[in-house]
Each structure stands twice: as C-alpha cells, then as structure tokens.
Write a protein that binds this ligand. Structure first.
Ligand code: PLP
Length: 346
C-alpha cells in the first residue's frame, strides 16, 4: 500500500541519525514493544533484558513483563517472560555496579528498554546525564538501547522524539498513541543493520493498514507544522501556571515535564491521615466534575497530557478549574456541630 511505504519513508527520515532505517508497523503500543523485544533477542542472539521499576510498556506478555509499575498489571498473569531484570529508573550505577556484577552478565543482555520520561510511573524526568550514560553503557557492552516513545513521541514534548532532548540516538524506537490521532497504529524504527530478521520472522495482518497510515501522514504534517511548536509554547504556559498554583496551594508540590508532558505532585496536608495518592484521586474526581479531565500517574502525581492542538485559552481554563478545586479542598472543614435531627421514617 502506498500510504504504508510513504509513512515508513517519512518515519525513517524523521528518526535521529543518518544511517538507513527500517520500519515495522503494528496496531498498538504494546505490539510495538513486543516487536522490539523480539527483534532485540533475534538480532543479538542474547536473552536477557533490562527494564526499570516504574516502567509501563503495555499489556501483552513481553510488554507486561518489561513493565514494573502497578502490581495489578501483573497479578494473576504469571509466569511472565523470563530473564527480564528491573533496576531503579535514572540510576546507571545500579546496572553497571550491581546487576551486571551479581546477576546478569552484560554479554548476555540483548537490550535495555527505557521511557525517555517515565509516563505511568509518575511523569519522571530523569537526571540530565541518565540517557547519555545509558547510551554509553549499551555501546560498551553491545546492548541495544530501546526507547519506548509510545507516550512521549510524535511531538508531545516539543520535539518529534523525546530522546532528542538529550541528543541520544536509540537503536530501536517504539511509537504508537498519537502517531495516527486515534486510529490504531504503532511502529518500531531501527537501523537497517539491526532490523535484520528474515522475512516472515514477525508480521501483523492489520499493522500498517492504509487507513491508519494515511491518518498518520496527515498527523505528521500537522505535528511538524503546528502542533510541535504549540506543545513547546503551551507546555511552558501550563508549567508556569502550575508552578504559580503550587506557590499558592500547599496541596500542589513539584511541577516537572517537557512540552505537553507535564506532571504535578500532590502533597497531603499536614496532619492528614490519608496518603497523597488519596488526595490526588480526590482532585482528579473534583476536576472531572467541573469539566477538566486529568489522570493520575505514579503514587501521587497529576498528569497533564492534553491534545497537542490545545489553545492558550484552554490552558487558562484548565488552570482556573484546578485552582478552584484546590481552594475548595483546602477550605477548613466546617466545625463539628450537633448532628441534624432526622425525622423517623414511617
Ligand atoms: N508504552 C508506553 C510508554 C505507554 O504509555 C503505553 C500506554 O499507555 C504503552 C506502551 C502501551 O500502548 P498501547 O496501550 O497502545 O498498547
């Protein structure tokens, strides 16, 4: 199909690094991760894989086994894919000094799977040297670096791929979610010399179907022309506004992110018997009732991941609604008086 070829060529051009690329299409993010896992094992002939605590990569067996987010995602589905090792996110020393020395010889490791910014895990932006060090570590040991850009890619952070913020070129990139504006499509992009599996080693009937590919081509036009710059400007407005709210509301803590991938931590009020997560869920619910859709992530974080076409007016409305929710939750509780009399029924 022509749209499939056009899209593969376009993605190959967009991906960082000048070397020739190959693209494999899927229907979802989990399938893209699954394809990357299979390709990494196939190409390297190694079995072990490293992933991170807090990671989320999807619901199929490989993707679920790589994930280290909520127990609920794994409970009841074991046994999972073996030889996957989890380490703390943002910590290269834990891989080199602990995992590689005591558990998993690096020459048996096929790949390290990493989210440029951890999504489900709490919108965690890693330390500035994390991704470059991870790249160097992979190069030292012949390990493939797989960037799961399913949530962070296609302009969301103000760059086409979030890894560009650190100048890091992964060996395999996983894409999905925003790539076709809601039509089912995922993809992996890899150097041609890495995507060396034999014809028929992996395939998908509907992966790369022409309707989704056409939607992706139009999406990329919009992202490149308008939405990526918009993500930068609106993201800066959103973060500045949230930091302003954090200055005025004790319930709101650290605000972090890149472009329109923004997280804000919730802080439980002093003396509260409830954890910050319960307050976060209350904020999400009350915001919903006032017309603002938020979603939690991590233990205590509010995630702001709006459509990339959001306007300055939308940002202002969202901040206004959140301001109102925080103010109402921070109001001192009405003093406990006598209980109202209830007329006996019947
Ligand atoms: N990878 C990341 C980073 C994600 O955030 C998600 C979904 O939230 C996935 C993979 C799975 O994508 P899908 O739901 O399309 O299978």
């Amino acid at each position: 199909y022509e749209p499939q070829i056009d899209l593969a060529e376009r993605l190959a051009r967009l991906a960082p690094g000048g070397d020739p690329k190959k693209v494999f299409f899927t229907n979802s993010g989990a399938e893209a991760v699954e394809a990357a896992l299979k390709l990494a094992r196939y190409h390297t002939g190694r079995q072990r894989v490293v992933a991170f605590y807090g990671a989320f990569h999807g619901r199929t067996f490989g993707a679920m086994s790589l994930s280290g987010s909520k127990l609920q995602h794994r409970r009841g589905f074991e046994p999972l894919v073996p030889e996957i090792h989890h380490v703390p996110y943002g910590d290269c020393d834990a891989i080199e000094q602990k995992l590689f020395r005591h558990i998993a010889p690096p020459d048996e490791v096929a790949a390290i799977f990493v989210e440029p910014i951890q999504g489900e895990g709490g919108y965690i932006v890693p330390p500035a040297d994390f991704h470059p060090r991870l790249r160097a570590l992979c190069d030292r040991h012949g390990i493939l670096l797989v960037a799961d850009e399913v949530q962070s890619g296609v302009g969301r952070t103000g760059r086409m791929f979030a890894m560009e913020h650190w100048g890091v070129q992964p060996d395999i990139v996983c894409l999905a979610k925003g790539i076709a504006s809601g039509m089912p499509l995922g993809a992996i992009i890899a150097s041609a010399k890495i995507m060396d599996w034999q014809r028929g080693s992996h395939a998908s009937t509907f992966g790369g179907n022409p309707v989704s590919c056409r939607a992706a081509l139009v999406t990329l036009d919009l992202v490149e022309r308008e939405y990526m710059p918009n993500a930068r400007v609106r993201g800066a407005e959103l973060m500045a506004g949230l930091r302003g709210l954090a200055g005025r509301h004790a319930l709101l803590g650290e605000v972090r992110g890149l472009g329109l991938m923004v997280g804000a931590d919730v802080v439980a009020p002093v003396g509260s018997t409830e954890a910050a997560g319960a307050w976060r869920d209350r904020i999400v619910q009350q915001a919903f009732e006032r017309g603002l859709l938020l979603l939690g992530c991590g233990d205590r974080t509010l995630r702001f991941s709006p459509p990339l076409c959001i306007t300055a007016e939308h940002v202002a409305i969202a901040l206004g609604i959140l301001d109102g929710v925080l103010a109402s939750l921070e109001e001192p509780a009405a003093p406990a008086g006598p209980l109202p009399r209830v007329a006996a029924a019947g």
